[in-house]
Design a protein around this ligand. Sequence first.
Ligand code: GTP
Length: 371
Amino acid sequence: MGPGRMWHSDRVLEAVLLVGGQGTRLRPLTVTTPKPMLPVAGVPCTEHQIARAREAGVTRVILGTSYRPEVFSEYFGDGSRFGVELVYATEDVPLGTGGAIRHVASLLESGPDDPVLVFNGDVLSGHDIAGQVRGWRENEADVSIYLTRVEDPRAYGLVTTDPEGRVLQFLEKPATAEECVTDQINAGCYVFRRSVIDSIPIGRPVSVERETFPGLLAAGAMVIGFVDVGYWLDLGTPLAFVQGSRDLVTGKAPSPALPGPIGDFLVRPGAEVAVDAILRGGTFVGAGATVGSGAIVDGSSLFDGAMIAAGAHVKDSVIGSGAIVGSGAYLDGVVVGDGADVGPGNELTRGARVWPGVVLSDTSVRFSSDR
Ligand code: GTP
């Protein structure tokens, strides 16, 4: 390796995390906490991402915030506790994914031809980050887009590539089966040449998926796909969120930010679980949470201080901080906001969401939905 290349790889590798979204699909959890700060198996998604980026050689991270920026800075500070230098760029008004990337440009230290990693803040992935950066270098690309494959791509942005991996076309959220011309989707992690970031229009909302990437293709830029079919999950919806938590607890999703060993459940210190309660299916029990006698908690996530009373049955659900599930209640696929109280005997199933602080009196609700 010549001296020029040595110098290149010794440069600080910077990553930008886009964490400014409102997370509307995850309400009511995101009423109090931005989506990337919600604890997935007890650790914010942003922390999982920082740990993985660091493993791949990233030493400087810029958080592109907008919604509730103080929640990030209070937790992460200057990043030293997490082994990286952390810098914040806060938008006064949300600028969209592309606008947010442009907004952090003045804080980047990378040179014009250096790679800058960009992550969507709500993705859990096990993809080969260092390999993606390597591929970007080897192809002398302007942008590399991490692509994964899914069975039903309709909810995602489709990306077609030629046999050499060069991107041919972007198709956002196809409506019909005929439009699903590929199963490759944009998985939300990019490597940008720094100078490409500088070319995004400044001071107005820009969508990287709808405007920047198609514009680069039209201009003949070298945009490549990095296909990796390792673990990938977009934590955008309640069902996906609880799935991500389960996968981290059972070890299906890799994260250097979690304490080992992994198993069928993970109980944080300070939680109290009755000896005859059953925890299974990748359940997470946060600090100070309690699970009463005979309760069953299956594939669910209990945030700090949540309380599951005796004989309750909670399945595939998220129970917010300090929320209460009364004795004998049955919850399946439900989100209970922070501090809410689902009284004894209530029955809530798929799609039900209880807003923070709401109190449902005893056996008042039998709610079911197909959503
Ligand atoms: P929904 O409202 O449920 O769609 O979630 P969201 O607002 O997070 O939007 P989406 O999932 O499409 O966003 C993808 C990623 O980009 C997330 O990590 C968001 O935090 C981030 N993001 C979206 N819009 C903005 C923005 O305007 N500014 C910044 N800084 N980040 C954004």
